[in-house]
Design a protein around this ligand. Sequence first.
Ligand SMILES: [Zn+2]
Length: 149
Amino acid sequence: VSECIFCKIVAGELPSSKVYEDDTLLAFMDINPINEGHTLVIPKEHFVEMADMDEQTGMLLFQATLRLQRAIRDSGVPCEAINLFLADGEAAGQEVPHVHMHIFPRFKGDAFRVHYDWVSKQWPGREQLDATAAGIRNALEVQPGGATA
Ligand SMILES: [Zn+2]
């Protein structure tokens, strides 16, 4: 889509520091890296959310993610561990409406934090977990090619 900054990067209308490119995907450096080596992998086609994206593209996206995380670890940037982050939808923190996977190095003492109140949270009991699982199982069964167990 013409106003999408990631589509403009794919089209070469905006600059990017490319890491990987094939017919389906592009990977490039995040311009606001959490840590050095922070890489984004995107489908070249404009999909706003994961639900818009076909599974073949999704599989290729994750395959590239696996290869890239290994390359980041081997590249010499400070990297003791890796986080993947995919924000799907605005409420999840998605800022660019074009599916993108963040891959970024982590190391002890870095500044990245996930804020969540683990302490005062009331955890669900088994009955609630089972009910929630049943709801998700039911939804899975109505998907094309879904349904297992
Ligand atoms: Zn786009």
